[in-house]
Design a binder for this molecule. Sequence first.
Ligand code: NAD
Length: 499
Amino acid sequence: MPSEIDWIEKAASVRLPARHLVGGDWVDPLADDAFDVISPRDGSLLKRVSHGDAHDVDRAVASARAAFNDRRWSGMRPAARGAVLRRWAELVQEHAEDLALTISLEMGKPVREAKNVELRAVANCLRWYGEIADKRPDESPAAGDDVLALITREPAGVVAAVVPWNFPLTMTAWKLGPSLVAGNSVVLKPAEQTPFSALKLAELGLEAGLPAGVLNVVPGRGDVVGQALGRHMDVDVVTFTGSPAVGRAFLRYSGESNGKRVWPELGGKSASVILPGADIEKAARASAAGSFYNQGQMCSASSRVVVHRDIADEVLHFARLQAREMAPADPLLHDAPSGALVSEQHLQRVLGYVRTAVEEGAELLEGSTGRHSVDGHPNGSYVAPTVLGGVKPGMTIEQEEVFGPVLSVITVDSEEEAIRVANGTQYGLAASVWTRDLSAATRVSRRMQAGIVWVNCFEEGDMTVPFGGVKGSGFGRDKSAHAIDKFTDLKTIWMEVEP
Ligand code: NAD
């Protein structure tokens, strides 16, 4: 058996790059501003990082535009672009340990999960888009003998990718894979909490052969760097994953600038509908785990279990067992079932939701209204997986996205009521249905107002299927060949053919 890595020892010497990537060079920001990146694992300072500002954004967009205009990337054969992405995927795999450790220190997820789940997904995504690069033919409609009609897809130009911290490199790869394979140039703005892993991913992109200027990275504050990208007159597309409020801000920035297209992928309040006759242990455990995984910081988290009254007690029993089995520990330990929340501020927000739920009448069955203590890390941001029973439709905890390890259990008396409750929030990202009755599975999944419905499973899927929502969860779609279309324009070429 290979010897286990001592992550704690490795963490002492981890490299944390902080310069911006512009035009293929590592440059100091033009802005005179900096922020502390704190590790939620123990509250320690990882590094002070310089913020970018609107001038940094101008510089990065100009570099992306120059790279696009001289066709150093967009003019390459698709197969050659694909080869660069596939090489990038290999490099991600080779550097998976260092990237995983960086992510774990930045945002607190167990390093094991970062390596085995997140980095695997990143490599898989880059490889998948690398493989599909030259497998998407254009169209030539049958317009008549005197005409040659072509419908081609052209890269849109300069893409701004603004991403969150919860799956920092997965979300980034989901943006970079399809936008780059289509021939665009990109300016990436990572979340404030996770700049180092993004910069390391970009380093590997350069090493894989991305030409200078095709990928630029400007870390910084959302309301400064993110807003400057959103309002930039020379950005053609914004692809954004994050909160509904900021997603709507990007739509506003677009309307007030050049009308660029914006692809928002926003929050969720996903329901897991468990019907009588389901495999109750599997349904309850998977739904609870789906609510606690990544410390509940998942847009698709199954944060609401909607269960038929006849089986509610059994579901609660298994959900509580699952909660106890996923208690947080130091994320650098091999066997940590869960890690830390992203920050102290976020911890306070999550615990505030739990307190409000109790005040509004929910029953605290597992977890606590206070922080969870983890040995040796009194300043770490840990919250125990929490199960709330007696939650009623309309309560704050039932309506709002908590983005923490908090499961609400809502009891209903019929399939019809379950559908009404599941659809009864502003969100529409994902849902799951648990039943052995094929007709019930079909009926319920058809009526779920959600971009993704899982039947008898949770959070399954691969690169072949799109990920994204409806209603307040936005309308962008990541993954699959459909995501490439977000970054291309249809062009018609109509050519007269002389007889
Ligand atoms: P957030 O909206 O606060 O931040 C996301 C990004 O937007 C960050 O890079 C941030 O710096 C930037 N930003 C913040 N304010 C901005 C502004 N005024 N103008 C421009 N940019 C700004 O979200 P978060 O807290 O980082 O992430 C949590 C949210 O992301 C949750 O709502 C979650 O559901 C959502 N999310 C959605 C998906 C999905 O695929 N649908 C995936 C992961 C996370």
